[in-house]
Ligand binder design. Sequence first.
Ligand code: PLP
Length: 231
Amino acid sequence: MSEVNENIRRIRERVAAAAARAGRDPAGVRLMAVTKTVSDERIREAIGAGIEIIGENYVQEAKRKIELMGKSVEWHLIGHLQTNKAKVAVRLFDMIHSVNRLSLAEEINRRAAAAGTVCKILVEVNLGGEESKSGAAPDEAPGLIRTIAAWMPNLAIQGLMTMAPWYDDPEKARPCFAGLRALRDRILAENIPNVSMGELSMGMTDDFEVAVEEGATLVRIGRAIFGERHA
Ligand SMILES: *Cc1c(COP(=O)(O)O)cnc(C)c1O
């Protein structure tokens, strides 16, 4: 068995164990392979090992890979999106996880309307409070979501995404993940028309087990599958 294959098998076991600790059905957690800087060959190995969702950070890099490998899997954009790349992004990606501001939502909506599609999005929230992370502030997210739901018919909100700060101990990320879940529950309680809160995209190589314990439905894993990035 290849190394990528074996890594994916181990991660699935760890996800299942974390889900069991929290009394969750492991089928409620999907595994995304994050492939920034990863070679085409290793991405194909991951797909061969049963990965059904690929996450990319950069539109140009993803465009080349998607054109080469096709849409037998879902491609999600997880990296920061510049407004001027929204047009390309709506045509390429099955979901955009990094919607963090009104101006970007408006542009994606406009481009999706022009393309005759509805774009699935997550609203990215910055719960760690780090300046370097690009999500909306937690107290701004509900307003952003209400505005999108009311005025942007070519966006379909599917849930929330966050990136925890890096900590030496993954337990320290727990309040961040619990905070995203609490925010999801607050938004759900508002019963906003046209808003689904089915997805909580949270958890990476160093902290995904804690994220699963706190309710992640989509974990985004790069290094634990492919090894350290070198590019
Ligand atoms: C790179 C990246 C990941 C994967 O990180 P690893 O630590 O390699 O698992 C997940 N989410 C986002 C937004 C990323 O940029």
